[in-house]
Design a protein around this ligand. Structure first.
Ligand code: ADP
Ligand code: MG
Length: 323
């Protein structure tokens, strides 16, 4: 099968109907695109490398969801509306089964997140997948990491630590009963970018990030960009039943603080706006876990006392051997 037949069969078919913003999609030397008037283009790229970001033999459809979910999560964190996707893939061989499963997962994920596949590149080499996503945000309204203010509430979406628990299942460190295992693996492979929440908080959130490297690390980026610190109450961290059924509460908190790839949002806003936000109908739970401080560094309330923590300092705790 030649490269062009492959692209036609597995990728060109994905986006049958193109949005108005796309004049020319897959098939020419470049895509031809229009950013709607008054909007800014927001762009991000993510790469998954076999052996580094996923285990050899990982299901191809799950990889497509994982790739796109992680990329679109960056758009959500900017308060952007997803629009376009370009895809660069390097494949060690042409496996029809793999391509079939991958393109099916990609089509489903692209439809769910409302991104149109508009081009890409296909090469031979070690299995590597890159997704570049493009979104729109009204001029000057992108949610940045900078802008958090002392006194702001720190809010997170969903629950934290589940993806790390999913990884523990994949690595055989934990073997919970089937429904729990399935739920945790779903959290690992099928991140749910918080697009709607990003749009909802855009008018009033001061700073926002998506949690890809762990809450402490990613909150740390907001604090560095905003030149402030934070107090976090570990008893308020949102922990799922699934997580608490595979580890003790202390380990669940450690994974919630340092486990990566939950792809939830972490944002800050005034207490008044937080009160307003809680009165809206929200698609997913939001939890206030602490507040922004003028003093730099992170103070954590944990095991009955406040202590200064760093993301690195907490890692030993997060990597306790399986019990
Ligand atoms: P060129 O050699 O001009 O870069 P290619 O032969 O690489 O063009 O690609 C032909 C067309 O197919 C282009 O429009 C390109 O964007 C698209 N394309 C290639 N690979 C992919 C892919 N994996 N997913 C989506 N579109 C792709
Ligand atoms: Mg090319």
């Amino acid at each position: 099968m030649d490269e062009f037949a492959l692209i036609r069969q597995y990728f060109a078919e994905i986006t049958r109907t193109l949005p108005d913003s796309v004049s020319t999609g897959i098939g020419d030397d470049c895509a031809v695109l229009t950013v709607p008037a008054g909007q800014q283009l927001v762009v991000s790229i993510d790469t998954l490398v076999e052996g580094t970001h996923f285990l050899a033999g990982a299901p191809a459809d799950s990889l497509a969801w994982r790739l796109l979910g992680a990329a679109v999560s960056d758009l959500a964190a900017m308060g952007a509306e997803p629009a376009w996707l370009t895809l660069a893939i390097s494949l060690p061989e042409v496996s029809q089964d793999w391509l079939q499963a991958f393109s099916k997962g990609l089509a489903a994920a692209a439809a769910q997140y409302q991104v149109a596949l508009i081009g890409g590149d296909t090469t031979r080499g070690p299995l590597t997948l890159s997704a570049q996503v493009h979104g729109f945000v009204p001029h000057g309204q992108a949610l940045l990491r900078q802008g958090a203010q002392p006194g702001d509430c720190i809010v997170v979406t969903g629950t934290l630590g589940d993806s790390r628990a999913g990884l523990a299942c994949l690595l055989g460190e934990r073997s919970p009963a089937e429904p729990i295992q399935a739920e945790l693996l779903r959290r690992f492979y099928k991140p749910e970018p918080r697009i709607y929440t990003g749009l909802q908080i855009r008018p009033f959130a001061h700073a926002c990030i998506d949690i890809s490297d762990g809450l402490l690390a990613d909150l740390g980026h907001i604090l560095a960009a905003s030149h402030c610190g934070a107090r976090i109450d570990s008893t308020r961290l949102p922990l799922s039943e699934a997580l608490l059924s595979v580890v003790d509460p202390a380990q669940a908190i450690a994974w919630a603080l340092t486990g990566g790839e939950d792809f939830e949002l972490c944002f800050t806003l005034t207490p008044e706006h937080w009160a307003q936000l809680q009165r809206l109908t929200l698609p997913i739970p939001l939890t206030c876990i602490g507040e922004i401080t003028a003093d730099t560094g992170i103070q954590l309330y944990h095991a009955g006392r406040w202590e200064a923590v760093t993301p690195a300092g907490f890692n030993h705790f997060a990597q306790q051997p399986a019990s």
